[in-house]
Design a protein around this ligand. Structure first.
Ligand code: GAP
Length: 511
């Protein structure tokens, strides 16, 4: 049986073979944790961005967009706390010379224990079926309780150590848990060190310290420093949001999981500015809205879960992740953070400019609080790809690999195929293509047998294929094949546009 890791390998090679994702600078043996999106990947990524933008900006009267620069004044990052605190605790294994994030080693250890609990629960369900009382089992079973206590102890020791910035205690925790390096198998660890994740470079011709600038590690700061510009020029009233999609850069220590953790990646972030004291209401609101957005992609609910942060970032008073069950297990897909007034206050202090909002409803000026939703575009891409990737055995003992992508996100919406390359069929097929291409990204394919062509389209997730055959020349009808059911229906050419419009209508998903 294929393991989850095999599944990730299959997705990576499929992504390369069909033009979704390539290793960056591959001809020079690649650049670690940097990837390029190919002809199919670029389309899928664009469609995900568009869907996010529509859902966040177009569907909300009080949310507007922004496109701020990657480079920002260096004081931005001093003010935001990134220069001093945007670091991960790293640890090296002395035998393999491999570098790890100490927090990730600990989290993965705790996750293994949690999986033991889930295994016990699954056994109970299997044994007792409908009679099984899961809540009572979790509350009373000695194995479950013992393992839960272990997890709670780990979390509590980890939190205490991180809150106190006690890196020695983190190392002792790793040793006490008996965590071994997956490569060397040894427990021969170095001390834990903090490592700042920001990339820096120089601006202008003179390389002096004063000219050091950073590649932004999050898009959010571009929103914070522009919040009053947008509020005033757009006459925005609190509560309101500013949304932005853009590149972010982090010199990640562990960068081994394909596009899950990259050094150059894209974020889709929204900062929601609210009245102080109302942030928890909006935090809960956005948690619900964002998980709904993910679920609207048609992926089973069981793939998603919330995970509250144990250690809050320096700017947050509440934070959680929406996690997705990736081929590597449950991992962060999106962060939802109540960032208080930390960032705006810091920018006020460092810039000497007032960033207050006058609230006409209560006749008061204040620095707004902020609730942030921040989702990785590349991680959303990977989540969608991994849920869509399907190897199917067919009735006639053949197999097909099909990407069951949500139809409205598919890179190619419809493929037009003449049955043969003669008798005027290609010309007829091109006529259809020339009307559809104004609305949809279409593919024209006349090479190989129809079966092979259908497989090719299945592999890139094309939801519909239109076949032009000899009957088309007689009665102006074609067949439309559905990717998932593989069923073909004969319809009039004049109906194609209406059929596609109905099936690919983004409005249905948005509403
Ligand atoms: N502004 C808040 C912020 O940046 P974060 O949790 O550090 O919060 C938000 O990042 C999201 O960005 C994550 O949930 C993840 O989807 C994505 N992300 C973060 N680091 C990433 C990386 N190295 N590669 C790909 N995506 C990443």
């Amino acid at each position: 049986m294929a393991t989850k890791e095999d599944n990730l390998k299959s997705i990576i090679s499929h992504a390369k073979e069909y033009g979704f994702v390539f290793q960056s600078s591959e001809i020079y043996d690649g650049l670690s944790a940097v990837y390029d999106y190919g002809q199919m990947g670029a389309e899928l990524k664009k469609n995900i961005k568009e869907y996010w933008w529509k859902a966040m900006v177009n569907m909300h009267e009080n949310i507007v967009g922004l496109d701020s620069a990657i480079f920002m004044h260096p004081t931005t990052w001093k003010a935001s706390g990134h220069v001093d605190a945007f670091s991960d605790p790293l640890i090296d294994n002395k035998d393999s010379n491999k570098r790890y994030r100490a927090d990730v080693l600990i989290e993965e250890h705790a996750e293994k224990i949690r999986l033991k609990i889930e295994k016990d629960v699954a056994k109970g369900i299997k044994r007792f079926g409908d009679d099984f009382d899961e809540t009572q089992f979790r509350a009373t079973n000695p194995n479950v309780l013992r393992n839960q206590t272990k997890i709670d102890d780990i979390n509590s020791r980890y939190k205490t150590a991180m809150d106190a910035d006690d890196l020695a205690a983190i190392k002792i925790l790793i040793e006490d848990l008996g965590i071994a390096c997956p490569i060397s198998g040894s427990k021969n660890w170095t001390d834990v060190k903090q490592f700042n994740l920001m990339f820096s470079t120089e601006i202008g011709a003179v390389a002096e310290a004063a000219n050091t600038i950073y590649l932004r590690p999050e898009t959010a700061q571009g929103i914070f420093v522009n919040y009053l510009n947008v509020q005033k020029s757009g006459r925005m009233k609190i509560p309101f949001g500013i949304a932005q999609i853009g590149k972010a850069f982090r010199n990640e220590i562990v960068a081994r999981q394909f596009i899950f953790r990259m050094r150059e990646f894209e974020q889709m972030e929204m900062q929601f500015f609210v009245r102080p004291g109302e942030e928890m209401k909006w935090y809960e609101y956005w948690k619900e809205q964002r998980v709904k957005w993910h679920q609207s992609l048609g992926i089973d609910k069981k793939y998603y879960r919330f995970h509250d942060h144990i250690k809050l970032a320096h700017y947050a008073n509440a934070a959680c992740d929406i996690e997705f069950d990736f081929p590597m297990g449950f991992k962060e897909l999106e962060g939802i953070h109540s960032r208080t007034d930390f960032d705006l206050k810091q920018h006020e202090e460092h810039s000497g400019k007032k960033l207050q909002y006058f609230d006409p409803e209560i006749n008061e000026s204040y620095v707004p609080y902020v609730v942030e939703t921040s989702v990785g575009l590349d991680r959303t891409f990977l989540a969608i790809m991994s849920a869509a990737y399907t190897e199917e055995k067919l009735e006639n003992d053949t197999e097909r690999t099909v990407l069951k992508l949500p139809a409205f996100l598919a890179p190619v919406k419809v493929a037009i195929m003449p049955l043969t390359r003669k008798d005027g069929l290609p010309e007829k097929a091109r006529e259809i293509l020339n009307t559809l291409k104004f609305d949809y990204n279409c593919n024209y394919d006349e090479k190989d047998s129809p079966g092979k062509r259908y497989r090719r389209q299945d592999a890139i997730g094309t939801p519909y294929c239109v076949m032009v055959d000899h009957q088309t020349l007689e009665d102006d009808t074609v067949t439309i094949r559905d990717r998932d059911t593989m069923e073909q229906e004969r319809v009039a050419i004049s109906e194609i546009e209406a059929i596609l419009k109905d099936k690919l209508d983004i409005r249905k998903v948005l509403s």
